[in-house]
Every structure is written in structure tokens, then in C-alpha cells.
Write a new protein. Structure first.
Length: 136
């Protein structure tokens, strides 16, 4: 397959590097989650399930959130992370994480958690939010 503009072959090495970096981020999220749980922390795992419109993070992107507000990974450009920190941790005086089943959280134009101007570039994102107690 050639690039129609230049007649050159696609850069397979660059694509493999990009996939490797994404895998590394996913592994970092999962390993950090494991380490936080082993240390006795409460952890929530958020995963991008669907998007509509342009999105800075692809479906499958993950973020782990510790009860004290520490974060590893990303599910958006920062807006959703900020909301999750405020809603599910004690970092800003919130009540912290609750046990329970995973839930679907929608952000944006038709979502149940509008973020406002912060999602101009990303009209709608659906994430699953799973307390790690749901995996026990």
C-alpha cells in the first residue's frame, strides 16, 4: 500500500512504536492499580467505552483513580479526569469511593454529566467507571 501523496510505503515502524506506547500506558495503569490495591488503597478504574465526534483518547483508554485523588492514565483531555476526581475521591472534600457495580457515565451534549465548554472538541464520551471492589 502506498501513500497517495508521496508514493511512499506507510511507516510501519512508527505505527508499531505508537501501539507499543499505548500498550505501555495501559500496562502502567493496570500495574499501578495492582500496586495501589496491594497497598490497601481504594481504586476506581475508568475506561472509554464509546465516543461521538472527535476525541483526544480512543475507545479502550484507561485511567486508575485512587481514593486520595492520585491518577494514572487518561480518558480525555483533562475535563473528565477532573470531574471523576471531584466525584469519587476525598481530594476536594468529596465522600470518596463507594462499593458497588460498575456504572456507565456519559459526558457531553447528551450525557448525564455535562462538562460545558471543556468538551467543545469532544461532544460526547461514554466511560465505564468500576470500583475495584466490583472485581472481588
Amino acid at each position: 500500500m502506498s501513500n497517495s501523496r508521496s508514493g511512499q510505503q506507510p511507516d510501519c515502524a512508527a505505527h508499531a512504536l505508537e501501539e507499543s506506547q499505548m500498550e505501555s500506558i495501559d500496562l502502567l495503569v493496570l500495574r499501578t492499580t495492582r500496586d495501589w490495591l496491594a497497598a490497601g488503597a481504594r481504586v476506581l478504574l475508568a475506561t472509554v467505552a464509546r465516543t461521538w465526534g472527535s476525541s483526544p483518547r480512543p475507545v479502550g483508554s484507561m485511567m486508575a483513580l485512587r481514593n486520595d485523588g492520585r491518577v494514572v492514565g487518561s480518558v480525555s483531555g483533562g475535563c473528565i479526569e477532573d470531574d471523576l476526581i471531584h466525584r469519587y475521591t476525598t481530594a476536594h472534600g468529596g465522600s470518596g469511593m463507594k462499593d458497588g457495580a460498575p456504572e456507565v457515565v456519559r459526558y457531553g451534549v447528551s450525557g448525564n454529566r455535562p462538562i460545558g465548554v471543556c468538551l467543545e472538541y469532544q461532544p460526547w464520551v461514554e466511560s465505564t467507571v468500576s470500583p475495584t471492589s466490583a472485581f472481588n
